[in-house]
Design a binder for this molecule. Structure first.
Ligand code: THU
Length: 136
């Protein structure tokens, strides 16, 4: 197996958090100045990133986590192994993002919450944060 294949099959949570930290500066957050980066590890071994994108019509703002999910789905990946989020301080996904994540991610999926400017981080699972998702 060549080096490129190996790197896509074995992605550490540290690498995933580094990807979330790397995308956060691309956030468009002129209103809150709260920049968020999210990195989802797909079952295909690829990392799908997203950042928050705000709007003058505040309710149109899209969170980093949902942008990462939509990026992955549009790229053909619908199953995930782990999520990392980087923000000014370690913060969990909002309720709307948790409901979207629950549509695609196993409840035992690890979620790493990291700070942007320090090594502060927490690790929990989707079920810890959202034990009872809505289903039809
Ligand atoms: N935000 C996220 O990107 N993810 C969340 O789960 C919560 C909040 C963004 C939305 C908005 O641009 C900023 O953080 C402040 O709420």
């Amino acid at each position: 197996m060549n080096k490129e294949c190996a790197s896509t099959l074995f992605v550490s949570e540290e690498t995933l958090l580094a990807a979330a930290r790397a995308v956060a500066p691309r956030a468009y957050a002129p209103y809150s100045h709260f920049t968020v980066g999210a990195a989802l590890l797909g079952e295909d071994g690829q990392i799908y990133t997203g950042c928050n994108v705000e709007n003058a019509s505040y309710g149109l703002t899209m969170c980093a986590e949902r942008n990462a999910v939509f990026h992955a789905v549009a790229s053909g990946c619908r199953a995930f192994r782990a999520l990392a989020i980087a923000a000014p301080r370690p913060v969990p996904p909002c309720g709307a993002c948790l409901q979207v994540l629950a549509a695609f991610c196993p409840s035992a999926m690890p979620i790493v919450l990291g700070a942007l400017d320090s090594q502060d981080s927490k690790r929990l699972t989707l079920a810890d944060l959202f034990p009872s998702p809505f289903t039809l």
